[in-house]
Every structure is written in structure tokens, then in C-alpha cells.
Design a binder for this molecule. Structure first.
Ligand SMILES: Cc1cc2nc3c(=O)[nH]c(=O)nc-3n(C[C@H](O)[C@H](O)[C@H](O)COP(=O)(O)OP(=O)(O)OC[C@H]3O[C@@H](n4cnc5c(N)ncnc54)[C@H](O)[C@@H]3O)c2cc1C
Length: 408
């Protein structure tokens, strides 16, 4: 039987297994995972998982499901080489798997801090996978104070969790605002105010003046000319796509494995999905790399269509969420960069004082909706954007008008 080999054990790989099983193709599938367990949900790792020792990983599906579906599992045995001419993948154990089609779902890795070197420091952690989350949880339990470098989603989620655990928290961000690459300035300002009110110390526009290492620990770092002691440091400075195997196999990469609208790489027999890809986005009109559960799942569905002879172009609305203390942030569509000509915003009050949505238009066209503690508005916004509806701003901003009614 012609095998489909999937390399990766995260959200994209899990969804691809599920979709291929639905399409009756499970028996062809070999899943090659670097991690020693079945795929699990990553979002809880920066939230509930850190709060207590009894919080377990949340698997996408129980081990039995893979067994019953007939999927061949290769856990804890990463792929180390791809031979495109021979159509084989070699695993670390030495096992060689032949494939008719290969899918790379290798995700991304947390970025290390240039200048800190590669040697691990006892009190410096990153967060991508279960092993790192377990390490962070154990160190959080010991720490009095937590420093988070980077005011992005993962950094702020961990900062909120640490605050909820009673730690003193310092967030250091080099940009002039939090979440600057992903959300509007209005939302950044709300998040900043909320976290500061909750007792988090946040330094923006931070200029690093270097680090002081003592033995195997980071003792302090210098921020804006001030030396700050470090008890525990989380590096939350973004991720880099895991493209090493693809590059070694001669596949085109450009800050991500380059794929077409059907998730095919520069070799049509090799597909790539999830965080590791750079793909053409119809709405944005350019190639993007996204790190979100929605993107991983939807790209897996598009790849399934390609692999099962029902190929169609990828056309999914990007959406994502982040839970930060009392803030549930939900974004539908991509926020245009600051300064985009014709960008206007209206605010729609939510069902209570802590809830609202920001609707962003470019040249009068609705392109993105950011919701804070307003899940119904988020769901309806996704439907509006997917359907290409364009409610007049003054109507959409009126809380007396249900967004659902604008879908009709
Ligand atoms: C802590 C945390 C919180 C998050 N919270 C949210 C959230 O609230 N909302 C949201 O939308 N997104 C969130 N994300 C992002 C989301 O989890 C990712 O976008 C998603 O997991 C991407 O799926 P993926 O399958 O592409 O990559 P991953 O889930 O990262 O999986 C990649 C897998 O490939 C494996 N791999 C790599 N190389 C090899 C190899 N050579 N051989 C075998 N296996 C290999 C890796 O070990 C890993 O298991 C969060 C991410 C993290 C880390």
C-alpha cells in the first residue's frame, strides 16, 4: 500500500490523522513524532497546565484511537533525513520508511536569546512543548519572582498565570506596545491597562544592556540602564519555523517551508502544514506564516483534500484566541498594519462593562474584528467575515443590533 508519512506530532499532524481517517485512508498513514506521546493540545501549556501539578496533558485523541484507526505510530523517534529521490524518511532509530506522499508538520521552536549562548541556564526557560511546560511548572513553584522577556501572546499568558499564582511579575517588551505584531493599538492599550491594574510590572520600549550569568544561573539583566535581578526568566520572544529537514532535502524555504494553495512544497509529492509553512493567503494577497491552532487545523484539511484526490485551494479565515487572566481575547481576520491607508475602527459595547469588540474597516470593508470577553460577537464576526458581509460601521457598532441579524 502506498504510504503517507507525516512528520510532526502537533495540532496539524493530529488533525491530518483525523481527516485522513474520516476519508478512509488511516491504514496508509505513518505518524513520526519527535515527542514520546500522542499529539496533545498546546494552548493549555501556558495557562491551566502551569497552575497545579495535577494538571495533565490533554491528548487530541486517546492512544486507542490511533490503534483502532490503524495508524502506524513512531513515537519518540524523530525523522532525521528525507531522501526525495528514493522517497524514504530515516528515523533516529535507523528505521527507514518508504512513502508515496510525505507531509511535514514540524511546527516551530521557541527563539533563544542571541548573546545568552546555547548552554542551558537553570532559571531560563522557553515554552513550546510538554517537556518545557513541565520544567516551567516545576520552576514556577520555587520562584518568588518571574521575569518574562517579550510581551507577545505566550509571554503574557504565562505572566498572567504567574500573577494568579501569587508571583511578582515583570514583563519586558522592546516594542512600544504589547502584542504589537498581532493586535490593534487600541487593544494593546486595553491589555496594558488591565495587566498593570492587576499588579503586573510592564516595561515597554525596553533596551537591553546585557546579562550577568553566575555559574549555571542568569543573575540579572540590564533594562534601560537599570540592573534587574532574575529569579526565573521566560523567553517569550517568538518562534522560528522548524525547517531544518526540509532545507536539507532541498525544498524551498523562506522563513517557513514554502507551499502553494494546496499545501504542496516545491516538490509536489511533499506537502507541509501548520506553523512551519509560508503559504499564499487570498485575503491578505501575500504569503504568510501563522502560528495558530486554526491555521494548523485548516491547513490539515486542505492537505487531506490534496492527498485524497479532491484538491481545492486553501481559503480559510484566520482566527485565534488568547486567555490572559480575566481577558478572553478573540481575533477574527488579520489586523492590518498600523498606518494602513483607509483604516478605520468602531467600538461595539459588549454584554457587560468588561466586554467589547473593535471592528476594523479598510476603505469601508470589514477586515478584522477583535473581541474582548465577547465570545458571541466573535463567533458572529467570523461568520460575517467568512461570508464577506460588510455591515455599515454605525450599524455594527450598535449593541442593540445582534451581529447575527447582519448575516441575513
Ligand atoms: C504554550 C503555547 C500556547 C499556545 N496558545 C495558543 C492559543 O491560545 N491559541 C492559538 O490559536 N494558538 C496557540 N498556540 C499556538 C498553537 O499551539 C500552534 O500554532 C500549533 O500547535 C501549531 O501546530 P503545528 O502542528 O504546526 O506545530 P506544533 O503543534 O508545534 O507541532 C510540531 C510537532 O512537530 C514535532 N517535530 C519537529 N521536528 C520533528 C522531526 N524531525 N521528527 C518528528 N517530529 C518533529 C515537534 O516535536 C512537535 O511535536 C500556542 C502555542 C504554545 C506553544
Amino acid at each position: 500500500m502506498d504510504s503517507i508519512v507525516i512528520i510532526g506530532g502537533g495540532h496539524a499532524a493530529a488533525q491530518l490523522c483525523a481527516s485522513l481517517a474520516e476519508a478512509g485512508q488511516a491504514a496508509r498513514v505513518h505518524l513520526v513524532c519527535e515527542e514520546a506521546c500522542e499529539p496533545y493540545h498546546r494552548p493549555p501549556l501556558s495557562k491551566t497546565f502551569l497552575k497545579a501539578d495535577d494538571q495533565a496533558l490533554q491528548p487530541h485523541r486517546p492512544p486507542k484511537w490511533y490503534e483502532e484507526a490503524g495508524i502506524h505510530m513512531h513515537l519518540g523517534d524523530p525523522a532525521v533525513a528525507i531522501d526525495r529521490a528514493a522517497r524514504t524518511v530515516t528515523l533516529r532509530s535507523g528505521q527507514v520508511l518508504p512513502w508515496a506522499e510525505l507531509v511535514l508538520a514540524t511546527g516551530s521552536r521557541a527563539r533563544r536569546l542571541p548573546g545568552l549562548g546555547d548552554a542551558p541556564l537553570d532559571n531560563v526557560v522557553t515554552l513550546r512543548a510538554a517537556g518545557e511546560a513541565q520544567q516551567l511548572r516545576a520552576r514556577l513553584a520555587q520562584a518568588q519572582q518571574v521575569t518574562v522577556l517579550g510581551g507577545g501572546f505566550i509571554g503574557l499568558e504565562v505572566a498572567c498565570t504567574a500573577l494568579a499564582l501569587g508571583k511578582k511579575v515583570l514583563v519586558i517588551e522592546s516594542a512600544p506596545r504589547l502584542l504589537g505584531r498581532a493586535v490593534s493599538p487600541q487593544l494593546s492599550a486595553h491589555v496594558l491597562r488591565t495587566h498593570r491594574d492587576a499588579g503586573m510590572e510592564i516595561v515597554l520600549d525596553a533596551r537591553s544592556g546585557g546579562f550577568q550569568v553566575e555559574g549555571a544561573r542568569l543573575a540579572s539583566l540590564e533594562v534601560n540602564g537599570e540592573r534587574r535581578g532574575v529569579d526565573l526568566l521566560l523567553l517569550g520572544i517568538g518562534g522560528t519555523p522548524e525547517t531544518a529537514l526540509a532545507q536539507a532535502a532541498g525544498l524551498e524555504c523562506a522563513d517557513g517551508i514554502v507551499v502553494d494553495a494546496r499545501m504542496r512544497t516545491s516538490d509536489p509529492a511533499v506537502l507541509a502544514i501548520g506553523d512551519c509553512t509560508r503559504f499564499p493567503d487570498r485575503r491578505a494577497g501575500r504569503a504568510l506564516r501563522l502560528e495558530s491552532v486554526q491555521n494548523a487545523n485548516d491547513q490539515a484539511r486542505t492537505a487531506t483534500a490534496t492527498l485524497t484526490g479532491a484538491a481545492r485551494d486553501h481559503d480559510a479565515l484566520p482566527w485565534f484566541w488568547s486567555d490572559q487572566g480575566g481577558l478572553r481575547l478573540q481575533m477574527a481576520g488579520l489586523m492590518p498594519p498600523e498606518g494602513t491607508p483607509g483604516l478605520t475602527t468602531v467600538r461595539r459595547p459588549g454584554p457587560n462593562d468588561s466586554a467589547f469588540s473593535l471592528l476594523h474597516y479598510v476603505d469601508g470593508q470589514l477586515v478584522c474584528v477583535e473581541s474582548v470577553n465577547a465570545p458571541v460577537d466573535h463567533m458572529m464576526s467570523r461568520k460575517l467575515l467568512e461570508a464577506g458581509r460588510n455591515p455599515p460601521p454605525e450599524v455594527a457598532a450598535d449593541p442593540a443590533v445582534p451581529l447575527k441579524s447582519l448575516l441575513a
